[in-house]
Design a binder for this molecule. Structure first.
Ligand SMILES: [Mn+2]
Length: 448
């Protein structure tokens, strides 16, 4: 971490925590609770083994403390007093216990170290009968005597508020983008040097300095036609016979906050490279539409209109762009949502919420995979990720229905070997305009 980032985090964490305390106090009052107890998560054992799966800290815990590796720890917050971190540090010679926390956030908490759950219970107030609990419902929880486990209305209120990030959170997200961009630069270099999917992943990990389980999601690294598998997970260790393209969707994490970045590269084909450039221009045009007060559903529909123009320019459709949208031809090539909230989770919570009470805003008809339907507000962080793909299943369906005559099939078969194109940036909505965390990160890396 750079000295200037350290200073920035030290400066902004206090106000972040104050804001978090205030909104949590409000949510507790509205839901009829006096306090909140949040669990970091339990270790999940592998069937009939003494190993566990990699630990994933729960987001409602890490919104309080950037402590990623502390299973069975708790944050206790009663409005009016300092939040308490009950940190599980078992006396264990098989595994290394969580390190004693240090850094910019520690002084804002009352921190109690405990060796086990029983001691954790003892480190909390005797009477938790007015306290809401959020986390795993582990066997010993009954003995805690909380008022309710995972009360839906309270969780929804807290989720709703998480969409708008504090300045501290924006600093963390900026750093996550910087780390992710560094991974992408290394990955692109590996691709150009002839690396396999697996080697490209290794380059990405080295570039961002993180192991796979630290990343916010498993990287999607797809050579050639595999780019059409939207969440492709294989990471081939053998090189393909020919190299046409790379689609890499990978992000890094900082202090619990994620980046989510996609780039597509052509190996050596001017036609496909031109299509990538066209998509890049379209993605930038969509980024320019993002600002406070805009309904994300409109952005998604605008993306379909622009996709239809790209399809026409690329000679992929035999009808007008308007007809392509109307007949759901664009959905064959762009079957996913145009973006989602980003934060402590890569697909962050609360994307459909109409208000803090939990009412939902539906998706536009015919767009079942859109993950965000809210009107953007300052502080929202969203991804912008248009794409076009040559997906066998969807093309086959279109060929069998009324869309068959609207698609230029010979052009489709010419481009299918490239898989697809997705370009994805992370955007922070400001009071005026928008900050592109991803392009800023790539630019500052290029400037050294
Ligand atoms: Mn994404």
């Amino acid at each position: 971490m750079s000295a200037s980032l350290a200073t920035e985090l030290a400066r902004t964490f206090g106000p972040h925590l104050e804001a978090l305390c205030a909104r949590t106090a409000h949510a507790l009052e509205k839901s009829g609770f006096k306090a909140l107890l949040v669990h970091s998560g339990s270790l999940l054992p592998v069937f009939e083994d003494d190993r566990t799966y990699a630990f994933e800290v729960h987001a409602p815990f890490k919104v309080w403390v950037p402590q990623a590796e502390a299973p069975d720890s708790f944050v206790y917050f009663a409005p009016g007093s300092r939040p308490r971190l009950v940190l599980n540090q078992p006396d264990d010679y098989w595994y290394k216990s969580a390190a004693t926390p240090e850094g910019y956030w520690v002084r804002h908490f009352e921190i109690v170290s405990v060796p086990d759950l029983e001691a954790a219970r003892a480190a909390l107030p005797k009477d938790l009968s007015g306290c809401a609990y959020i986390g795993d419902e582990f066997p010993g929880l009954a003995a805690f005597g909380v008022a309710a486990a995972n009360p839906r209305a309270l969780i929804r209120r807290l989720d709703y508020a998480r969409a708008a990030k504090t300045p501290y959170e924006l600093s963390c997200l900026r750093e996550a983008s910087r780390l992710g961009a560094a991974g992408h630069v290394a990955a692109a270099e590996a691709f150009r040097a002839g690396a396999t999917e697996f080697e490209i992943e290794l380059a990405f990990l080295r570039g961002c300095g993180q192991r796979e389980q630290e990343l916010p999601y498993n990287p999607i690294i797809a050579l050639n036609a595999m780019g059409a598998v939207l969440h492709y997970q294989v990471l081939q260790k053998a090189p393909p016979a020919e190299r046409y393209s790379l689609l890499i969707d990978a992000g890094a994490e900082f202090a619990g906050y994620a980046s989510d970045i996609t780039r597509t590269y052509a190996a050596d084909d001017a036609d496909f490279a031109a299509l990538i450039a066209r998509m890049d221009g379209m993605q930038r045009a969509l980024c320019d539409q993002v600002r406070a007060g805009v309904d994300w559903r409109d952005i998604h529909l605008k993306a379909h209109a622009l996709t239809a123009e790209v399809l026409r320019d690329a000679d992929l459709i035999l009808c007008s762009p308007a007809e392509a949208v109307e007949a759901h031809v664009t959905s064959v090539f762009l079957p996913h949502g145009i973006g989602h909230l980003l934060g402590l989770e890569v697909h962050d919570v609360g994307g459909f919420m109409a208000d803090a009470e939990g009412g939902e805003i539906g998706r536009p008809e015919g767009h079942p995979y859109l993950r965000l339907t809210r009107v953007l507000e300052p502080g929202f962080v969203v991804t912008m990720e248009p794409g076009i793909y040559f997906i066998d299943q969807l093309l086959k369906a279109a060929r069998a229905d009324s869309r068959a005559g609207l698609i230029n099939w010979s052009r489709v078969s010419q481009l299918s070997r490239f898989g697809g194109i997705r370009i994805e940036d992370d955007l922070a909505v400001q009071a005026k305009g928008v900050e592109n965390l991803t392009r800023d990160a790539f630019r500052s890396l290029a400037q050294g």
